[in-house]
Write a protein that binds this ligand. Structure first.
Ligand SMILES: *Cc1c(COP(=O)(O)O)cnc(C)c1O
Length: 409
């Protein structure tokens, strides 16, 4: 066949080749010609032999973080059926999310990590595309190159910032900050979940930055609920705020939000998909994540968080009763800065258990059906309830009891 004929043949295939089934499939949202009947009932993860488990651990990236709500899935399905211009979609969704989060502007990114990189890129480049193209090379470009950060906040995720080419300058006291500020200072970065590890608190940090007209930036990746944290740092005047979409908000795990000042968000988008020749080109989010994230934020703001927290607390109390009955010491608490959800810490004491915490975690995950994932360190198990589906808490409690009792023998 000549090329023209091939094109014609392909374009006719949905109608001519597959007839009504193909048409129905096209309207239903499957690619025309796909055989849905054959597809239905397939257990894809089972076919792959990939282990599925009950998540009593938490919103861990390596465990795929969270399960999307039906509203988000429907948003994704609906959006997947249309072509749109990605920048127009980002503009419009950004306006909605900005209004919902009390930010001047917002954009959906591929996660909090990408939001940090892109936000910092925006601060460095401003609205100059030539500078965006130069990143991560800063030397000789006239761009600033230093980000000030408290010692207690200098951890792994700062890689997201240094990916832009900038370097981190570590400080401890307010006096250190004043001494560290110079003509190369691009921003002052804060890590909310470790607020208690630094001498300077989030409100003072932004005030200090404002005093020197330096943009203050903040990572609140895992720090909702409370819903008010969606607003608080925008209202405090942070230049940008980065948050994960796929943790407690239950948006797509491959999404996050970059919120903040209008000029910073606009500048960040210069380094973003769909523009090539930028450090952010690979941090792609398509229409499904963009609209899915918007709907996830709406739902997250709408739902009854007090009722949810009470429900999770009940599940944790159930695990607590089981662990105590097995003779373990426990601590039940709700973290205040991030991962704000009822949590239990179960001590695996040698005087009570013959197995180590690692072995007990292994038994929960691999020693029975259904598999249960928990976290923890050398001497403890850590569990939360916010990733459990309805009724799974009883199953987890039963498995925990079996495994802990067996570990004593
Ligand atoms: C999870 C997390 C990130 C990364 O977020 P992603 O949405 O997975 O990119 C960054 N910073 C902190 C503190 C986090 O907890």
């Amino acid at each position: 066949m000549k090329r023209r004929e091939v094109v014609k043949y392909i374009s006719m295939a949905p109608l001519g080749g597959v007839g009504l089934t193909g048409l129905a499939a096209a309207q239903e949202g499957m690619p025309a010609g796909s055989d849905q009947k054959n597809f239905k009932g397939r257990d894809l993860l089972g076919e792959l032999g990939v282990k599925v488990f009950i998540n009593a651990a938490g919103t861990y990236t390596s465990m795929t973080a969270s399960l999307m709500r039906p509203e988000t899935l429907e948003a994704i399905r609906q959006t997947s059926q249309h072509f749109v211009m990605i920048d127009e979609l980002q503009d419009k969704v950004g306006e909605r999310i900005a209004a919902l989060t009390h930010a001047e502007a917002a954009v959906v990114t591929s996660g909090a990590f990408a939001a940090l990189t892109l936000g910092m890129a925006g601060i460095l480049t401003g609205l100059d595309p030539a500078k965006a193209k130069a990143l991560p090379r800063l030397e000789g470009t006239g761009m600033k190159s230093e980000v000030i950060c408290q010692k207690g906040h200098a951890m792994g995720y700062n890689q997201a910032l240094t990916n832009t080419g900038c370097r981190i300058v570590v400080v401890e006291t307010e006096d250190d900050v004043r001494k560290a500020i110079n003509e190369r200072t691009a921003a002052m970065h804060f890590l909310n979940i470790l607020e208690d590890q630094g001498q300077i608190k989030a409100d003072r940090w932004v005030a200090l930055a404002n005093e020197y007209k330096i943009p203050a930036t903040i990572d609140i990746a895992a720090d909702v609920p409370p819903v008010s944290n969606l607003y608080r740092f925008n209202e405090l005047g942070y230049a940008f705020v980065a948050i994960s979409g796929g943790k407690a908000m239950r948006g797509p795990q491959s999404a996050g939000l970059l919120m903040g000042k209008k000029d910073v968000i606009a500048a960040a988008r210069l380094s973003m998909f769909p523009r090539g020749e930028t450090i952010g080109r690979g941090m792609k989010v398509n229409k499904e994540e963009i609209v899915g994230m918007w709907v996830a934020v709406e739902e997250f703001i709408r739902i009854d968080h007090a009722a949810l927290a009470a429900k999770y607390q009940k599940s944790i109390n159930m695990f607590d009763a089981v662990a105590k009955a097995a003779g373990a010491k426990t601590r039940v608490f709700t973290p205040t800065l991030g991962n704000v959800t009822p949590t239990i810490d179960i001590t695996i004491d040698k005087s009570v258990f013959k197995k180590t915490a690692d072995e007990i975690r292994h038994d929960l995950m691999h020693g029975g059906d259904p598999a249960v994932a928990v976290v923890g360190g050398a001497n403890n198990l850590g569990m939360t309830a916010w990733c459990l589906k309805d009724g799974e808490d009883r199953i987890v409690a039963k498995r925990l009891k079996e495994v802990l009792e067996a570990a004593k023998a």
